[in-house]
Design a protein around this ligand. Structure first.
Ligand code: NDP
Length: 492
């Protein structure tokens, strides 16, 4: 009898254990293989539903927006942390079919203008999360927008890699950067290094050579990965030199002046480490696909890219499509990203039509968009002349000045956020912008009178009653910017 009771208890415990195991297993299976119900009628009953949310505004995102808009659907593009993508960091592009020679930022601007001319809406915000366990997919943005998307085009691109060496973080924006187009201007007659051996490194050299006294490329192997044409152009640049088998180990700087002063460079053939004086370090060591939003939901390959199926841009979840460098580690060309954006848009449109979506539903949805997606902004006055310091900065209260250049991606990201904050706080603060390339006299007065040292763009300078009280070069969201500026405005 006792034996039977023991056996029953054993069987019950084992049963419970197996049931739990099965429970765990089925949850695991559910996260890997989504079991979603795609009921369009039910989905249209939700609040704030968009047909397609496009995440990212590089060539892939903007090309997708063009095709979605031309298909008669409202295309919402979330510009993300690098509005208009990586091409904003390049100079001339000569391999985009149909454009013989064009500046990267100009090409990207044209793409956006073209998509907007058909009704696409580019929003200065980044997507913070996507709930892929429900359909329509629930999306939340950094600025707190919440909506449902019937389909998603993921075009988040890739972000520049960093070295993770001592001094890199400490002197970021103070002599260490990945953007020569933005910051070359600050290195007139200085000596700098570019780390990396690809086409991006070559491009940085061309941009820097026009400003610096000398630019040295540190290549870790005994050859460059860049195209032969680019390498030959670097070799032909009189104030540029290439050093092979060199690795950057450490960056030193001067805290007081806030800038890079020296670097440690290893010759990996001889093992000798040399400490050299240097004014700036430009990194061009490749990119990592931006998959943070979806890495636990979508299938990712061993290169870290989102997996797409066959000849389509369909990901492992029906209704989510990926295009551009987030799903391509092989070709990484703007023209290919643009083509994939087009494919993703066509796939999304077909997906929606297969569910019963049609043009009258598209028109009905259009009527509900205004509140969630409106961006209220204040157009900022531009300071240019030295006299503007007395007129606009030496005044009572808090004054913020955004120092920028037209081709700097961080500046393109910051300006709309600042315009939105300026709108919200217009009765408390005055906000201006200043293009550093068009205002040398004004910058000289600010350096002399206010000790404002600019090393990178963008830089926001905060003045209180005409006195410089703080500067900041990087913010992630309007809410972060709002909190930062409020500190000064509320204390005034
Ligand atoms: P790439 O991946 O082509 O090159 C990265 C370079 O950085 C390589 O030389 C690599 O060295 C080096 N590197 C990587 N990690 C380190 C490290 N930790 N320390 C030192 N060096 C490192 O990236 P790019 O951004 O240059 O180019 C990406 C793509 O974009 C390419 O397909 C390129 O052709 C394209 N492109 C095209 C342009 C144009 O056509 N105008 C302009 C710019 C880019 P190693 O070789 O040893 O791995």
């Amino acid at each position: 009898m006792i034996f039977h009771i023991k056996r029953l208890v054993f069987l019950a415990i084992s049963g419970l254990f197996l049931l739990r195991l099965a429970g765990c297993f089925s949850t695991t299976l559910q996260t890997q293989k989504q079991v979603l119900s795609y009921n369009l009628e039910k989905a249209l009953g939700c609040e704030n539903v968009v047909p397609v949310a496009i995440i990212g505004s590089g060539p892939a995102g903007l090309s997708a927006a063009l095709y979605i808009a031309r298909a008669g659907m409202k295309a919402f593009v979330f510009a993300g942390p690098q509005p208009q993508g990586q091409l904003t960091q390049t100079t001339y592009i000569e391999n985009f079919p149909g454009r013989v020679k064009i500046l990267g930022p100009v090409l990207m601007n044209d793409m956006q203008v073209q998509a907007e001319s058909f009704g696409a809406c580019v929003i200065s915000d980044s997507v913070a999360s996507i709930d892929t366990n429900q359909w329509p997919f629930a999306v939340t943005t950094q600025e707190g927008r919440k909506f449902k998307a019937l389909s998603i085009v993921l075009a988040t691109g890739a972000s520049p890699c960093t070295l993770n060496i001592p001094g890199e973080k400490e002197f970021w924006g103070k002599g260490v950067t990945t953007c020569a187009v933005c910051d070359a201007h600050f290195y007139q007659e200085k000596e700098v290094v570019v780390v990396g051996g690809g086409d991006s490194a070559a491009e940085q050299v061309f941009e820097l050579a026009a400003h610096v006294s000398k630019v040295t490329v540190l290549v870790r192997k005994d050859q460059m990965r860049a195209s032969t044409a680019s390498r030959k152009l670097v070799e032909a640049t009189t104030n540029a030199a290439i050093e092979y088998n060199r690795e950057l180990l450490r960056i030193y700087g001067d805290e007081q002046n806030g800038g890079v002063t020296h670097i440690d460079v290893l010759n990996n053939q001889t093992g000798v480490v040399e400490k050299r004086p240097i004014d700036g370090v430009f990194l061009a060591i490749g990119h990592t696909p931006r998959t943070d939003l979806v890495k636990n939901a979508l299938q990712i390959d061993k290169e870290g890219c989102v997996v797409t199926q066959g000849k389509t841009q369909q990901t492992s979840i029906k209704g989510i499509f990926a295009a551009g460098e987030v799903q391509d580690s092989k070709y990484r060309q703007a023209a290919i990203a643009a083509g994939e954006g087009v494919k993703a848009a066509l796939d999304a449109v077909n997906f929606l039509y297969s569910l019963g979506f049609n043009s009258s539903i598209a028109r009905k949805l259009d009527e509900n968009f205004f509140e969630v997606f409106s961006d209220k902004k204040l157009q900022l006055h531009t300071l240019t002349a030295p006299d503007d310091v007395d007129k606009y900065i030496n005044v009572p209260g808090v004054v913020i000045v955004d120092f920028y250049t037209k081709v700097c991606p961080e500046c393109i990201k910051l300006l709309p956020m600042l315009e939105a904050v300026a709108f919200k706080m217009q009765d408390k603060i005055n906000v201006y912008k200043c293009d550093i390339q068009a205002s040398k006299g004004l910058r000289y007065v600010l350096l002399k009178e206010k000790d404002l040292k600019l090393r990178s763009v963008p830089t926001l300078a905060v003045f209180k009653d005409g006195v410089l009280v703080d500067t900041i070069s990087h913010v992630d969201s309007s809410s972060e910017l709002y909190a930062y500026i409020s500190k000064f405005a509320d204390a005034a």
